[in-house]
Design a protein around this ligand. Structure first.
Ligand SMILES: Cc1ncc(COP(=O)(O)O)c(C=O)c1O
Length: 442
């Protein structure tokens, strides 16, 4: 299939700055571009045409204002969000102020990013869509994607079932209870020996275990990835930062791994997926972001990232077209609000209170015979490894007899979302699980 001239232009910019990117893209990624057609003609008309005679845009207006049904706007405070900010289309890239504000917040939350150059975040329809955009742009059938054996299952649907990629695992924890860097290194090196490109997903705080790596583990992960890149394998390291900032102990890293990985080596592309979803407790608003960081070998970062962002927005234009304008507007206004940081800190403290309570309860020696807790220090979840019964059998029994709902994530793994159980009920929750196990053992 012949390449669109705009895609060709973007590829040339990218290739001149970092030729390895061309080997990392999927076939779709190489073909992607952001079309000029209607969008650029509309932009031109906005500059040159009389507003009364601008017949380019695919929305409806009335007396130069956004046409709307009063009953729709009756649910939105017009003083705070106007119809033009709520009901019109957002750009496929996301609204510019939100992208800028999210990037500034990223530098604030990750101080070691200072002085490093990363792209402007492109807005996705939640983080799941960010994974899907990534898969379209960078995965061809049978490409290898490495995850630990404790992973969020939906990655399989997005990348393996839909994207036809090959997901492979390594054991996440050592018997001493830390991140298994040796197993990680072994898997990455083995895949690097057999492939020209390797994709690694790094999700901390982790779903389902609630584990975040330590500084030392983060350093070693970085060393492994850089080592492989130095031996000429292209590495794409995707950080899924869905639960960023929900940290309940001193040991876990404070920043995203993205800060370390985004300027290590031209053969190492860091892709950050994050979003308002869990960080801002707005799950259904569907506002996520995809951000890129790598080294260029020639020229400036700016045109290179601009071309990458255009390909990304082209993919969005060709799938969901754009993410909800109203949602983006709400997230932007909240980020700008003077109350936001304080309000968020209060909610994080609530989750931390539950995590502490749970850790305290789980020191009870009676539990040692029935389960082992996987390492956990952050996020929304913790996970139990059951010693005497199977997780699915227990899950069903707990529902039937104790009206208690949990998720079986593996044959013996049971995920507990303490994010959705109040602190005063956590003790009963674990008592129920314990009783359920004893019923089944009996
Ligand atoms: C690790 C991880 N990544 C991504 C997501 C998806 O987030 P979103 O709701 O923004 O699509 C989840 C949601 O459960 C998750 O646990």
């Amino acid at each position: 299939m012949s390449l669109n001239p705009i895609a060709q232009e973007l590829n040339t910019i990218i290739k001149n700055a970092n030729p390895h990117l061309m080997e990392m893209f999927s076939k779709t990624g190489r073909r992607l571009y952001f079309p000029k057609g209607i969008l650029s003609q509309s932009a031109e008309a906005k500059q040159k045409a009389d507003p009364e005679f601008n017949a380019t845009i695919g929305i409806a207006t009335e007396n130069l204002h956004t046409m709307h049904l009063p009953s729709v706007m009756s649910f939105i405070d017009k003083e705070k969000i106007r119809p033009s900010e709520a009901l019109t289309y957002a750009p496929s890239f996301g609204i510019p102020d939100l992208r800028k504000t999210w990037k500034e917040a990223m530098y604030e939350k990750n101080p070691s990013l200072a002085g490093k150059s990363v792209s402007l975040p492109v807005v996705t329809n939640g983080i799941t869509h960010g994974i899907s955009v990534f898969a379209d742009m960078f995965l061809d059938p049978d490409d290898v994607v490495i995850f630990p054996d404790k992973m969020w299952g939906n990655n399989i649907l997005v990348m393996s079932v839909r994207g036809d990629a090959e997901i492979c695992n390594y054991p996440m924890f050592t018997s001493e209870g830390g991140f298994n860097v040796n197993a990680f290194a072994e898997r990455v090196r083995m895949e690097a020996d057999n492939n020209y490109k390797v994709v690694v997903f790094l999700n901390f705080p982790n779903n389902p275990t609630g584990y975040t790596i330590t500084e030392k583990e983060a350093d070693r992960i970085t060393e492994v990835l850089v080592g492989v890149a130095e031996k000429d394998t292209n590495i794409i390291a995707v950080t899924d930062d869905a639960y960023f900032g929900l940290r309940y102990e001193d040991a876990p890293i404070k920043e995203s791994l993205f800060s370390r990985l985004c300027d290590c080596h031209p053969r190492l592309l860091a892709v950050k997926l994050d979003g308002a979803t869990k960080e801002m407790f707005v799950w259904g608003l569907r506002v996520g972001f995809i951000t890129y960081g790598t080294r260029v070998v020639a020229g400036e970062h700016a045109p290179f990232y601009d071309a990458l962002e255009k390909k990304t927005a082209g993919n969005i234009r060709g799938t969901v077209s754009n993410a909800s304008h109203l949602s983006q507007r709400i997230v932007l206004k909240v980020l700008e609000s003077p109350d936001f940081k304080k309000e968020r800190a209060e909610k994080v403290a609530v989750l931390k209170g539950r995590a502490n309570r749970l850790k305290e309860l789980l020191t009870n020696p009676q539990y040692d015979d029935v389960w082992k807790m996987y390492p956990f220090n952050s996020g929304y979840f913790m996970c139990l490894q059951l010693k005497t019964v199977e997780a699915e059998t227990l899950r069903v029994h707990l529902l039937d007899k104790y009206r208690t709902g949990l998720i079986a994530t593996g044959k013996h793994d049971l995920r507990v979302a303490f994010s959705s159980v109040d602190e005063e009920r956590i003790e009963t929750l674990f008592e129920n699980i314990y009783k359920g196990i004893k019923d089944l053992e009996g």
